[in-house]
Design a protein around this ligand. Sequence first.
Ligand SMILES: Nc1nc2c(c(=O)[nH]1)N[C@H]1C(S)=C(S)[C@@H](COP(=O)(O)O)O[C@H]1N2
Ligand SMILES: [Mo]
Length: 252
Amino acid sequence: MNGIDRRSLIAGIAGFGGLSLAGCDRLDRSPAFKAILQSSEKLHYRAQRIVAGRDTLAREYSVADMSPRFRVNGTAMPNTPEYAAMVANNFADYRLVVDGLVARPLALSLGDLIRFPQRAQITRHDCVEGWSAIGKWQGPQLGPILRLAGLSTQANFIVFHCADSIGAAQYYESIDIVDAFHPQTILALLMNDQKLPIGHGAPARLRVERQLGYKNAKFVMRIEARRRIDDLFAGKGGYWEDHGDYAWYAGI
Ligand SMILES: Nc1nc2c(c(=O)[nH]1)N[C@H]1C(S)=C(S)[C@@H](COP(=O)(O)O)O[C@H]1N2
Ligand SMILES: [Mo]
């Protein structure tokens, strides 16, 4: 695993400006956080199942393979006053909400998110529209965040609520517990060693590397653990599943 690359993360994060790493609410002083980092991977029980190769890693590439150009697709900039306000102060007020079927709902700042172990991966993004690009993504794995929140064993799905809407419909996506705890499932804060550009989903976007492009939700504002997804929005588990008839499981 080419995982922890804290130095380049900090270098990248310096670009966030105004982001305070100090403060009395430091996550790394919280006993729950320490316990999770020290625990011997006591995963949510369903994540320990090996489901027909679902734990296999997506191929990782080398720096030399990185695409010179990685296109922005779908929403390039969420069109809301709330998002504009966050951009205006470099996402200092961004709080990633983690709620739903969890024992301890969280509201994590970017400073909190960089205190989790970070993973870097160079992978190929495949869009159903017929293009691919290889890029480097870095950020905390989703699994430890869900463990810190105390994910309930009742949860079957993790839903990502995004800042943007297409037409009147808010963008969202969902994955199952196996993908949620997959080692390459991260909330990317950096892309190609820079802070995540707005067009690519600033300040945090999902990378779920065994699935197609549309599952990789950009502008993630809230992560919700749910027992079911058929009672949410149009019931198919994601914006494109609801509106474009794309498959919910977009495994590659
Ligand atoms: N919030 C949000 N996430 C999104 C989209 C979007 O429009 N809004 N488009 C999806 C699609 S179809 C693709 S291919 C990728 C594009 O990511 P990129 O802009 O970084 O290339 O984001 C996915 N995630
Ligand atoms: Mo896509």
